[in-house]
Write a new protein. Structure first.
Length: 653
């Protein structure tokens, strides 16, 4: 198909099947087509790829896309080819004969888009290709552009070589794209890529379809993981762990419970990792347990939940990873489990960092988000310099985060526990962090405490009415109230002037904290902690297995079924067809057909079309080819290729 004389809107509709642009897509595309260097920051799932794909189809010459991940290249090329667009990728996985064919296609002007890795870009083969007299480079797109910044969370030295192209292709327009970039990272991108007076377009960082949930990790965190999986029965999800060992252990536990699950980390062979990734992308396995090496660049739109089994090291990393949920815009969930132990593990690796202070700053942002008492979305967006608009609905049934869903927590009298905590800080000479002070309050006989003689203090063992997590919660509340503060690299606790005054005057201290039943400070108001797993547990329908394993005994969670009542309303997994039984039948039949067709063509099911398109077909029930063009996500090529089969499914009685 020739799009060189088409408008962006015409290309959007005929090639990709969409009626309108979203976010900043139109503005970015207009800048690129006008030949103006552009830096665009858009959330994951915000449609960054269309910002270079549409100009690429309109430009006379070649668009070069620099991407750090082979998986992204393969995914994007498959999607473009399915839409009838000639695109190729050139990397180490391509056989030499295919490599030569692709390069010849570029020389003949048949290929509009080529994807390369940053390290491939500077090889003699690619250099000769791009400087061939028959090749005109119209646009150079740098995806995941934050990788060029040492201030970013995923710096890659190979990206620094890209700047050399600016002087080599002076007439080409440069487009830098990323989902996560603070102000300092944006400045780094412009400088390191040598962008010429670029337009800087920053979209909203908000992903309103993702429910943000944060919970303190239980001793048996597996329960919390399983609860989330059960809320997303028969749906895809990713679970991120801190280490390879944790990945393997959690994968084994979930597998023994009968869940459809595989692992992914650097300790596996390339072949095994590739196999596991392919099975996940093609919906042959439901859950991927992985280190953070997994997921970046994978355009799988139907990931419905992302679980962080451990706290990430920064909000940039966290935001990037939760962005892999709900890329199609349908309601999804991000669950973060955290503990004090996670913070210690992250700090341990600071010893190897060249800028420990920077690492600590990033970690503090993550800690503030996890322990904050205000709207998670507001905290997350403010980190990236954006004010929350107040639209806090995910889909139609859920608030934007766990804190908004619970509503305000009533303040209760926490004077005695606060006095104990602040007194203990003073009696340990204000030389220790929260973990140590709490161990003293709980009566620990650890070697360090005995060596320091702190088992002889009057505050030793007087805090057993609260558990360790609750004491940490109280520390955070007193920090918010400005009664205590953290100091230095080791976050030593110190009383502020307000705290000293409150302790000296025996002031009454009211805090939004919920005491457990039976404690000396318990109240009738929300007596069970709103942050405890019991009060916040929520379960979906019975089961939770995408591919049941008959030979294995059902897990205790599966047997529990609907006996446990959800503590909050679950989001709608799919569009609500109400009493429209025909729509439900069409959706079910389309899903089965899509899976068979994907296996036949050896591509992921979403390459055929995504869930949004499937739901739109079921709702609109097209009866003619012309009516298929009104379906969201069906371009000319897909109507031509799959139209008859879709119409047959819709027309079946």
């Amino acid at each position: 198909m020739d799009f060189t004389n088409k408008t962006p809107e015409e290309v959007l509709k005929s090639a990709f099947g969409y009626d309108s642009f979203r976010l900043l897509q139109k503005d970015i595309i207009s800048n690129v087509l006008a030949g103006k260097d552009t830096l665009a920051i858009m959330p994951t799932g915000g449609g960054k790829s269309l910002c270079y794909q549409i100009p690429a189809l309109i430009f006379e010459g070649l668009t070069v896309v620099v991407s750090p991940l082979i998986s992204l290249m393969q995914d994007q090329v498959s999607s473009l080819n399915a839409a009838g667009i000639n695109a190729v990728f050139l990397n180490s996985t391509v056989e030499w004969e295919d490599y030569k064919d692709s390069m010849n296609s570029i020389r003949r002007g048949e290929t509009k888009i080529v994807y390369v890795a940053p390290e491939t870009l500077v090889t003699p083969k690619i250099n000769d290709l791009l400087h061939d007299s028959r090749v005109t480079v119209s646009c150079i797109t740098i995806d995941e552009a934050h990788c060029v910044s040492e201030w970013g969370h995923d710096f890659r030295p190979d990206y620094l070589e890209i700047s050399s192209l600016r002087s080599q292709f002076k007439s080409a327009v440069f487009l830098a794209l990323t989902a996560t970039a603070t102000r300092s990272v944006r400045e780094d991108i412009i400088k390191n890529l040598k962008l010429k007076n670029p337009a800087v377009l920053v979209s909203s960082f908000d992903r309103p379809n993702i429910f943000l949930d944060v919970r303190q990790k239980n001793r048996n965190a597996l329960d919390q993981v399983v609860d989330c999986i059960r809320r997303h029965w028969d749906e895809s999800g990713i679970i991120y762990c801190f280490s390879k060992r944790q990945v393997d252990e959690l994968t084994e536990k979930l597998d023994r419970l009968g869940y459809s699950v595989l692992n992914y980390h650097a300790g596996l062979t390339d072949e095994v990792r590739a196999d596991h990734q392919t099975k996940f992308i093609r919906d042959q396995v439901q859950i991927m347990v992985a280190t953070l090496a997994f997921g970046m660049g994978i355009d799988k739109p139907n990931v419905r939940f992302v679980i962080h089994y451990d706290m990430p090291k920064s909000l940039e990393q966290y935001y990037q990873e939760i962005g892999r949920a709900g890329r199609d815009g349908l309601a999804s969930e991000a669950l973060l489990l955290y503990s004090a132990g996670d913070i210690h593990k992250i700090r341990y690796f600071f010893e190897e960092a060249s800028d420990k202070a920077r690492c600590e700053t990033l970690l503090q942002g993550m800690i503030s988000y996890a322990t904050g008492r205000t709207c998670r979305r507001k905290l997350l967006l403010s980190y990236f310099g954006e004010d929350f608009t107040g639209k806090n609905q995910v889909g139609t049934t859920r608030h934007c985060c766990d804190l908004c869903e619970m509503g305000p927590i009533p303040e209760i009298d926490m004077t005695i526990p606060c006095q104990k905590l602040m007194s203990c800080i003073i009696r340990t000479n204000s030389r220790f962090g929260a973990a140590y002070v709490i161990e003293v309050l709980l009566g620990s006989r650890s070697k360090r405490i005995l060596d320091n003689g702190h088992n002889m203090l009057s505050t030793w063992g007087i805090g057993r009415e609260l558990d360790k997590n609750q004491w940490h919660e109280l520390v955070n509340l007193l920090i918010e109230k400005n009664f205590i503060t953290k100091y230095g690299d080791y976050n030593i606790l110190l009383l502020t002037n307000d705290g000293l005054a409150a302790l000296k005057n025996r002031d009454k201290i009211m805090l939004p904290f919920n005491m457990p039943k039976g404690s000396e400070n318990s109240t009738d108001l929300h007596a069970e902690s709103a942050f405890s797993p019991k009060s916040r547990a929520s379960v979906g329908s019975a089961g939770g297995l995408m591919f049941p394993k008959p030979e294995k005994q059902k897990s205790k969670w599966s047997q529990a079924g609907n006996e446990q009542k959800a503590s909050f309303v679950l989001h709608k997994k799919e569009v609500d067809f109400g009493d429209d039984e025909e729509a439900k039948r069409i959706q079910s039949d389309l899903k089965k057909w899509r899976k068979r067709k994907a296996e036949e063509l050896n591509v992921p099911p979403y390459i055929i079309f995504g869930d949004k398109t499937m739901n739109d077909i079921a709702l609109k029930k097209p009866r003619t080819t012309d009516e298929l063009y009104d379906v969201n996500g069906l371009g000319e090529k897909k109507v031509e290729k799959f139209g008859k089969e879709i119409l047959k499914i819709v027309g079946e009685e």
